[in-house]
Design a protein. Structure first.
Lengths: 323, 268
C-alpha cells in the first residue's frame, strides 16, 4: 500500500478554453494535513472535485487511499469525507436525521448509523439541537453539522473546501479546535483556504496554487522565509516624520524599508522576533516621534503571492466555474 | 466508548436499500412542507368541483353524465401535473448542493433518481385517494366489478410511475427549477387535453383526433366504450395492452437516459 493518502500527478482540467488546472502534482503522506492555498479561481475547488470523484480530470491521474479516483470511484467514496464550500446539510431534516441518513448511505446499518450520529452530535456540541430542523441552525452550527456528516463513516481521508469561509471568528476558532482533534486521531486532511494564517495554523505542509499551477510548497515557516519573514511596521502620526521613521526601520531590520505615503505606513522585512518592535519603540521615544501604530505583522497570502509571482493576488473569479 | 464502524471493505449496499434511504428523505421533505402539496390536494378537488358544478350542467355527453366523463380527465391531469414535481425537486437538489453530497457517497448507481421517483409515487397516491372520495361525493360511481376497479387503479398508478420518470429525466437534463417549470407546462398541456378525457374525440378535427386516439391518456383515462367500434384504431380496441406498452416504453427509455444524464451533467 502506498504511503501517501493522496497522490495527484499532472492533473489538467479545462472548462472551454480556460485551464482550471494546468498540470497539478502533489502528494499528501498518511496522517498529515495538507493546505491547498490560493486565491479565488486558482483551481483549488477543481482539484478537490477531481480527488473526490465529483469531476473527471482531462489529463493526469490521482489516487486517494491508494485507489484510482477515476477507475474506483465508489471504493474511493466509501473512504473519504467531503465538506464542500457551502454547507450542504439537508435543511428539511433534523441534525440527527442528516447524520443517520449519511451513515445509512455509507451502509453502516441503521443501528450503527444511529449510534454514530448521537456520538457525533455530542462531539460537535449539537446534542441539544439534534432534534431540530437544520434550517433553524446558525451558520456555525450548520458548518459543524456538515463537518460531522463527513466523519460519520470514519473516513481515511477528509477533504475540506474552505471550511471557515463565512464563519465569524469565534465559530472559526471552534472549528479549528475540532480539526485539531481529528488530526490527533490520525485522519489525513486536505483543506483549501485563502488564508495563510489558517494554513499555517492547521497544515503540516502547504501547497500554493495559482492559475491552475503549483507555484510553491513547503511548511509555513519555509514559505514565510521565502517571503522574507515578518514585517516590522510603524505609522507616524505626522506625515512629515515618514522619512525619519523609515531610516530607523531600515537600521533596525537591515532591510530596505517600503513607504506607503497614502496610509503613512513604513514597513520592512525582518527575521528578528518581537524585540525589533521594542527597539523601534525606544528609538521613536528617544526622537520624540509620535506614532499611531507600531508592530510586527505576519506575512499574508498577498505577500506570498507578491514574492512568488511578482504580482498581487489576482481575483480571477471567472476561472472557478467548477460549481 | 466510541462507536466502531465496519471497515470500508466490509460494507455492503444495494440499489434497493439506497433507493429507500433517498425515498425516506423525500417523504420527510413532503411531510415538512405540507403547503407544497396543494397541487395534489386542493387543486384536484377544486377541479372536480369546477367541472361538476360549473361546466357539468352545460355539457351533454352521449350515454352518461359529464360528471362521470370528466373524472378520468381530472385523474389524468393531476397525475401528469403532479409527476413533474419530481423534476422540480431534483433541479432544486442540484442547485443547493445536495446532489454533490450524494455523489460523494458510495451509493448504488441510479439510486438517487430512483429514490426521488419512489417518493414521488407515494406522493401521487394522495391525490388519487382524495379525488376518488371527492368524485364519489359529486356522483361519480365505479360501474364495473371489483377486479376491474383494482386493475384500473393499478394501471393508473403504473402510469403515474412512468410519467414520474419523464419528470426525472427532465430534472436531470434541465439546469434550474425555473427551466423545469417552463418546459413541463409546454409538454403537459397537449398530452392531457388532446385526449378523450375532457371531450369526446369525435368532436376533434382530423390530426388532433388521430393524436387523441393514440394518446395513452385516452386509452387509460378516457371513456373507450363511447368511441369503440369496428373501425376504431388498434389503440382504442386494446386499451390495456396499449397503455402497458406505453408505461414499459416510457420507463425503459427515460430511466437509463436519466441515469446517464445525471452522471454526465453533474460530473463537471
Amino acid at each position: 500500500m502506498s504511503t501517501h493518502a493522496i497522490e495527484a500527478v499532472g492533473l489538467v482540467k479545462r472548462y472551454g478554453e480556460k485551464a482550471a488546472l494546468d498540470g497539478v502534482s502533489f502528494e499528501v503522506p498518511r496522517g498529515t494535513v495538507c493546505g491547498l492555498l490560493g486565491p479565488n479561481g486558482a483551481g483549488k475547488t477543481t482539484a478537490v472535485r477531481i480527488l473526490t470523484t465529483l469531476a473527471k480530470a482531462d489529463e493526469g491521474t490521482a489516487t486517494v487511499a491508494g485507489l484510482d479516483v477515476a477507475a474506483n470511484a465508489r471504493e474511493v467514496r466509501a473512504r473519504i469525507g467531503l465538506a464542500a464550500q457551502d454547507a450542504t446539510v439537508d435543511q428539511l431534516l433534523t441534525g440527527r436525521e442528516n447524520l443517520i441518513m449519511i451513515g445509512e448511505l455509507h451502509h453502516l446499518g441503521r443501528a450503527i448509523a444511529t449510534a454514530r450520529a448521537d456520538e457525533l452530535l455530542e462531539q460537535f456540541s449539537l446534542t441539544d439541537a439534534g432534534g431540530r430542523l437544520a434550517k433553524t441552525y446558525s451558520g456555525g452550527m450548520r458548518r459543524r453539522l456538515d463537518l460531522a456528516a463527513t466523519l460519520v463513516a470514519r473516513p481515511e481521508v477528509l477533504f475540506l473546501d474552505e471550511p471557515t469561509t463565512g464563519l465569524d471568528p469565534r465559530a472559526r476558532n471552534e472549528l479549528w479546535d475540532v480539526l485539531d482533534t481529528l488530526v490527533g486521531e490520525g485522519t489525513t486532511i486536505l483543506l483549501t483556504t485563502q488564508y495563510l494564517e489558517e494554513a499555517d495554523r492547521l497544515a503540516d505542509d502547504i501547497v500554493v496554487v495559482d492559475h491552475g499551477r503549483v507555484i510553491a510548497r513547503g511548511d509555513a515557516r519555509a514559505l514565510k522565509q521565502q517571503v522574507g519573514g515578518a514585517q516590522l511596521f510603524a505609522t507616524p502620526s505626522n506625515a512629515a516624520d515618514l522619512e525619519r521613521v523609515a531610516g530607523m526601520v531600515g537600521t533596525i531590520t537591515g532591510c530596505e524599508p517600503g513607504i506607503d505615503a497614502a496610509s503613512r505606513l513604513v514597513h520592512a522585512s525582518t527575521d528578528g522576533g518581537p524585540h525589533v518592535v521594542a527597539r523601534l519603540a525606544d528609538a521613536l521615544a528617544d526622537a520624540r516621534i509620535a506614532v499611531d501604530d507600531i508592530g510586527l505583522r505576519q506575512p499574508t497570502l498577498d505577500d506570498v503571492f507578491l514574492t512568488l509571482t511578482g504580482a498581487p493576488v489576482a481575483d480571477d473569479e471567472s476561472v472557478e466555474v467548477a460549481r | 466508548m466510541s462507536v466502531q464502524v465496519p471497515p470500508a471493505d466490509a460494507r455492503r449496499g444495494s440499489l434497493f436499500g439506497d433507493t429507500w434511504v433517498v425515498a425516506k428523505r423525500g417523504l420527510q421533505h413532503i411531510r415538512r412542507q405540507p403547503e407544497a402539496l396543494s397541487d395534489v390536494t386542493l387543486q384536484p378537488i377544486m377541479f372536480v368541483l369546477l367541472f361538476a358544478y360549473v361546466f357539468g350542467g352545460a355539457i351533454d355527453v352521449q350515454g352518461g353524465s359529464y360528471r362521470e366523463f370528466l373524472m378520468g380527465g381530472i385523474f389524468a391531469q393531476t397525475i401528469v401535473f403532479g409527476a413533474f414535481g419530481v423534476a422540480i425537486s431534483l433541479a432544486y437538489d442540484r442547485s443547493n448542493g445536495a446532489i454533490d453530497r450524494f455523489r460523494s457517497l458510495p451509493l448504488a448507481r441510479g439510486s438517487v433518481l430512483a429514490g426521488h421517483a419512489v417518493a414521488s409515487l407515494l406522493r401521487a397516491l394522495l391525490p388519487i385517494i382524495l379525488m376518488s372520495l371527492c368524485g364519489l361525493v359529486v356522483g361519480w360511481r365505479i360501474n364495473t366489478g371489483l377486479a376491474d376497479a383494482v386493475a384500473a387503479y393499478a394501471l393508473m398508478i403504473g402510469f403515474s410511475f412512468a410519467i414520474i420518470w419523464v419528470g426525472v429525466l427532465m430534472g436531470s437534463l434541465l439546469p434550474s427549477p425555473e427551466a423545469v417549470q417552463g418546459v413541463a407546462f409546454t409538454a403537459i398541456f397537449p398530452i392531457t387535453f388532446i385526449a378523450s378525457t375532457f371531450v369526446p374525440v369525435e368532436t376533434l378535427p382530423g390530426v388532433l383526433r388521430t393524436f387523441a386516439e393514440w394518446n395513452p391518456v385516452t386509452t387509460l383515462f378516457g371513456n373507450p366504450s363511447a368511441i369503440q367500434g369496428p373501425d376504431a384504431p388498434w389503440s382504442i380496441q386494446h386499451p390495456v395492452i396499449y397503455s402497458l406498452i406505453w408505461m414499459v416504453g416510457i420507463i425503459g427509455v427515460c430511466a437509463p437516459l436519466a441515469v446517464r444524464a445525471y452522471n454526465r451533467t453533474i460530473a463537471d
